[in-house]
Ligand binder design. Structure first.
Ligand SMILES: NC(=O)c1ccc[n+]([C@@H]2O[C@H](COP(=O)([O-])OP(=O)(O)OC[C@H]3O[C@@H](n4cnc5c(N)ncnc54)[C@H](OP(=O)(O)O)[C@@H]3O)[C@@H](O)[C@H]2O)c1
Length: 222
């Protein structure tokens, strides 16, 4: 039975990943920052661990609990949008978004990538098309855009570091997805987005290491 690790599964896309991978017979290890959300994940058949991705101690504790695991697929899902405007952020806004979307990946990837490499598996981060500089044509959510561009840089470094050890590292845009972050006007349901993300990840091989892809596998310019 293959094993998937889903980091940030209390709701939204991560929660739907837990549901679909369980339905497909996978062993699921999932994290959430609140105890009640961990209990709900356990009810869904996942092995759940409490994790606040902004807390270094919390990440270190997860590392101990995952020691010696072999992970076939790992998804870094947790993220925040922050202010929606085009102006520059306050210091606290900057710290909150950058710590969640970027520093967390810098701390989690060294913990998770060796477990993925040992299974010759795949490590995916949920980035966003809004982080693409090559396709940029608007500026709203400027802090979120900067954070996802920085996350893409972190993923590119992970691909160079961990690809040769057997981990295929990829950044994904999940589409514009309902309900919370994407809002009610979003074009995709979590069910559709996750089905597409899972199918695309499953079809990738090592030649995709270091790619930035739409959920359906279409490449996105950095
Ligand atoms: N929805 C979209 O249209 C869209 C588009 C492009 C990219 N994305 C990306 O896809 C990912 C998931 O999006 P979503 O729509 O599922 O968002 P969501 O519904 O707002 O869920 C965000 C998830 O991140 C978790 N999280 C936030 N801060 C955390 C922290 N410090 N520690 C642990 N968990 C934390 C939340 O946990 P709590 O419940 O504890 O807050 C929640 O599980 C994000 O990285 C997002 O940037 C989404």
């Amino acid at each position: 039975m293959p094993t998937v690790l889903i980091l940030g599964a209390s709701r939204g896309i991560g929660h739907e990943m837990v549901r679909q991978y369980r339905a497909d017979g996978w062993r699921v290890i999932a994290t959430a920052r609140k105890q009640e959300d961990c209990a709900a994940l356990a009810q869904m058949g996942a092995e759940s661990h409490q994790l606040d991705v902004t807390e270094a101690d919390s990440i270190a504790a997860l590392g101990w609990r995952l020691d010696d695991e072999k992970i076939d697929a790992a998804w870094l899902v947790a993220g925040v949008y922050g202010p929606g405007h085009s102006g520059f952020p306050t210091g606290p806004e900057f710290d909150a978004v950058m710590h969640t979307n970027v520093l967390a990946a810098m701390r989690l990837i060294p913990v998770v990538a060796p477990l993925v490499a040992s299974a010759h598996g795949k490590l995916a981060v949920l980035s966003s098309r809004m982080g693409s500089i090559g396709t940029r044509s608007a500026t709203e959510g400027t802090l979120y855009r900067a954070s996802k561009a920085a996350l893409n840089s972190v993923l590119a470094d992970a691909a160079i570091t961990w690809g040769p050890h057997g981990a295929t590292c990829v950044a994904f845009h999940p589409g514009w997805v309902q309900p919370d972050m994407g809002g009610s006007g979003a074009t995709l349901t979590p069910e559709h987005s996750v089905a597409s993300l899972r199918a695309t990840l499953a079809g990738l091989d090592a030649s995709s290491n270091g790619a930035f892809l739409n959920h359906d596998g279409t490449p996105i310019p950095w």
